[in-house]
Design a protein around this ligand. Structure first.
Ligand SMILES: *[C@@H]1O[C@H](CO)[C@@H](O)[C@H](O)[C@H]1NC(C)=O
Ligand SMILES: *[C@@H]1O[C@H](CO)[C@@H](O)[C@H](O)[C@H]1NC(C)=O
Ligand SMILES: *[C@@H]1O[C@H](CO)[C@@H](O)[C@H](O)[C@H]1NC(C)=O
Ligand SMILES: *[C@@H]1O[C@H](CO)[C@@H](O)[C@H](O)[C@H]1NC(C)=O
Length: 459
């Protein structure tokens, strides 16, 4: 009985789809010829909805299999057009799903997928998506800063157990990248490399289950997004791949990042300006450059970051653990940040706060800075790589850090021999709530006098 119902539903949808392949348009446009939506492929797609491809979908979901739109999936042929057509049809249909089927590898050129889409929209990625193979294969017409962009989406779930492969190696080896030029030099020249997946000006997003690897640059970038859930992803690229941040967010709020496994060549997760209400849990990073807030205040800019929690995570074999980094000369604030229950395993700078961030070592001293306050480090335990001190709080002379709190922090050298163990502090006001190992005797007591009360630093 139930089965009958399901089949009836399915066949109703295929019927609908076969004879009105653009049925979403019926609700949205009376002028077929002027519609911005791509024309249906010729011949018309068939079997877009079939009992087998629909088996795991909720009753009532219309499935748009990219193969029905002409995608080949041999890893070589450019399938961009078919994906765009599948997108246009699915996006205009309530409760629809774009299906990227298992057992195929689809090569896509850099593309912008634009919303908003109808409600209940999903992209089910069970197969593989690959980039063009390196800069020479990148279409000259496309931006080299991004590959797949999702723009103005309100409500979308991207999920599946498929793979997104950025094939970054030829980008990492460009002569402009650190030490990749002749004789190990870094050569000047255009150096743009694409972020693999970018969500821009979007909301109510969920990204779940995928493996994303070898991005030419950031694996995921979310900017100007709200209400985002990112969970159960595996992100992988080599430890020496430049700028391959796992997830970068900026100007975004209400973001939840849960259950990730990340190994890469730059920050595991990085949080840029304009982020607030971010909850990060159960992330395993390493090798990586750790979890980072910043860099902020570049070019004397104002940066505002608040209410960020990172908890129940593991950072191993990484350059940094939990880091806050700002340039001199900025303004604004970083406040209400909690790092809780984080296990460090052989991390070079497990806890680092650096307001003198500078890539060239010759940045001039400036008098303004992003104000850092109300930072809690609690239950952070494990081992540090003995080449650097386990804790480092280098705050601005003119704008000291205030209300740093350490509780249950215990960091031991990962090996014997020459051990650098004394924590470093500069203009850092804060307290130790429990016994801290090693003790941070350099923290200043009380509150800095240079700061006016209740100053929200313009944020
Ligand atoms: C933490 O994340 C890992 C990796 O995704 C997952 O296998 C594990 O079940 C998660 N643990 C919890 C308590 O959710
Ligand atoms: C901080 O962010 C969390 C979500 O991560 C939210 O639930 C909470 O209400 C926020 N707190 C404040 C004071 O805005
Ligand atoms: C900048 O300030 C720091 C800390 O006061 C000091 O050690 C350093 O010498 C200064 N650098 C320059 C270029 O003035
Ligand atoms: C200091 O920071 C803690 C969180 O780390 C916060 O609970 C407390 O209210 C802050 N104190 C002041 C005076 O702002």
């Amino acid at each position: 009985m139930l089965m009958n119902f399901v089949l009836t539903q399915i066949f109703n949808f295929s019927f609908c789809f076969l004879f009105l392949p653009i049925h979403g348009r019926l609700h949205t446009s009376t002028s077929l010829s002027l519609s911005p939506i791509s024309l249906p492929p010729s011949p018309a797609p068939t079997a877009a909805v079939s009992p087998s491809s629909n088996a795991n979908s909720a009753i009532g979901t219309t499935v748009f299999n990219v193969i029905s739109f002409g995608a080949i999936g041999n890893g070589v042929t450019d399938d961009t057009k078919a994906f765009k057509m599948a997108w246009d049809s699915a996006c205009q249909t309530e409760d629809s799903e774009i299906l990227v089927p298992k057992g195929h590898s689809f090569m896509l050129q850099s593309t912008i997928f634009t919303g908003p889409c109808k409600s209940g929209f999903k992209m089910q990625i069970d197969g593989t998506l690959v980039t063009p193979d390196g800069p020479d294969s990148w279409s000259k017409r496309n931006s080299k800063r991004q590959w797949l962009v999702f723009y103005r989406i309100n409500g979308m779930s991207m999920q599946g157990d498929g793979v997104i492969d950025g094939r970054g190696e030829k980008w990492w080896n460009l002569p402009c990248k650190p030490h990749k030029g002749i004789n190990g030099k870094t050569l000047p020249g255009p150096c743009d490399s694409p972020a693999a997946i970018r969500f821009f000006m979007s909301s109510n997003l969920r990204v779940q289950g995928l493996e994303v690897k070898n991005s030419p640059q950031f694996h995921f970038k979310f900017d100007n997004c709200q209400n985002v859930l990112i969970e159960s992803l595996t992100i992988k690229s080599p430890a020496l791949s430049p700028n391959t941040d796992g997830i970068h967010i900026q100007n975004s709020n209400n973001v939840k990042i849960y259950n990730l496994l990340v190994s890469n060549g730059d920050d595991c997760v990085s949080i840029g300006t304009g982020c607030y209400n971010v909850d990060i849990r159960n992330i395993t990073c390493g090798p990586s450059h750790g979890i980072s807030i910043g860099s902020l205040g570049d070019g004397n800019s104002r940066a505002c970051v608040s209410n960020i929690t990172v908890r129940d995570s593991i950072i191993k074999n990484s350059d940094n653990g939990v880091r806050i980094k700002t340039w001199q000369g900025g303004s604004g604030s970083v406040s209400s940040i909690t790092f809780h229950n984080i296990h460090m395993d052989t991390v070079r700078n497990p806890i680092i706060l650096d307001q003198y961030y500078c890539l060239t070592k010759k940045c001039p001293n400036k008098t303004s800075a992003v104000h850092i306050s109300n930072i809690l480090y609690s239950n952070i335990k494990g081992t540090y790589d003995v080449r650097s001190p386990p804790m480092h709080f280098a705050c601005s002379d003119s704008m000291p850090c205030t209300n740093l709190t350490l509780s249950e922090v215990e960091l031991l050298p990962a090996s014997r021999g020459h051990v650098v163990s004394n924590p470093i502090c500069w203009s850092a006001y804060g307290t130790m709530q429990t016994i801290i190992v090693p003790p941070v005797l350099c923290l200043l007591e009380g509150n800095s006098e240079v700061l006016p009360d209740n100053d929200n630093d313009g944020c």
